[in-house]
Design a protein around this ligand. Sequence first.
Ligand code: ATP
Ligand code: MG
Length: 282
Amino acid sequence: MIAVVNQKGGVGKTTTAVNLAACLAERGHRTLLVDLDPQGNASSAYGVAETTLHIYDALIEKCTLSEVCLDTVIDGLRIATAGPDLVGAEIELVSLENRERRLRTILAPLLESYEYILIDCAPSLGILTLNALTAADSFLVPLQCEYYALEGLARLLQTVDLVRANVNPELAFEGIVLTMVDQRNNLSRQVEAEVREHFGERVFGSRIPRNIRLSEAPSHGLPIILYDAQSRGAVAYRELGSEFLARRGGESRESRETQSEVIGAPSSPQQAQGGRNDDGTP
Ligand SMILES: Nc1ncnc2c1ncn2[C@@H]1O[C@H](COP(=O)(O)OP(=O)(O)OP(=O)(O)O)[C@@H](O)[C@H]1O
Ligand SMILES: [Mg+2]
C-alpha cells in the first residue's frame, strides 16, 4: 500500500496516482486507487465522481469500503471515490478514538484482494493524510522541479518520522518522482540535480515531462494510457510503472527505508556515483 503525498498543492500527486495505478493494472496487477482528497480529482479522472457512496461513508462506518469501490475503464483497477463530504471527516475524525487508524481499519478486509493500493492524498498534512501514512507500507512523493521544491519536503519527512515513531514504524520511503519536468528550463535542470544529489537512488530515474495530453486526459475520464497511448506522458508513466515494479522485485524492503536526516546531509561518493545525470542516464 503506497500513499502518494506532498502537502504542496498541484505538484502532480493525482496525475501520478491515477496513471501509475493504471500502468500497474495494465501489467496484470490487481490494483485499488483510493481517493483521499475532498477535491475528488482522482475520482473525476476516472469519470466516477458522481456516485452516492464515498470513502467518507466508509470512514464513518456508514458502509464498508468494498461497497464504495467501483470498477474503472482499466481491467483490474478499482477505485474508492471521494467527494466534498470528506472535508467534514477532517473535523469529525479528530474526536474519534484511534482517529489516525480509521483508514487502516477499513482497508484491512481488502488487503487480500489487491496487490497494490495507491492512496491519492490531499495537499495537507492533516488527519486524512495522517491516516494514509498510518495505513501505508510506503510513501511516494511527486515533486515538481521548481524553486522551493525541497522546502516543503523537510516538513513532510518530519511528519513521516512522527508517524513512524508513533503508529507505523514500518513506513518506508518508496521514492521521489520528478513531475512536470521541462528539460529546456535551466531552473528545472538545476533543481533536478539538487534533488538527485540529496536523495540519490531514492529519486526514480524515470521522470514525468510536462505534457499537455496529461492535463487533458482527466476531462475525458481516462488515464493517459487510454487517452493517448503514444504521448510522452503515457510513455513516461509506463516507464515509471516498470521501474516501480523492478525496484520492488530487485530490492529488499529494508534497503528502501530511510530517515529524514538525509535532507541536508552531504551526498556520499556512492550516492553521487549511483545518481543520474541531468538527462536521466545512469
Ligand atoms: N506532467 C504534467 N504535464 C502537464 N500537466 C500536468 C502534469 N502533471 C500534472 N499536470 C496538471 O497540473 C495540475 C495539477 O496536477 P495534479 O492534480 O496531479 O496535482 P496534485 O498534486 O494532485 O494537486 P492537488 O494538490 O490540488 O491535489 C492538473 O491540472 C494536472 O492536469
Ligand atoms: Mg490531487
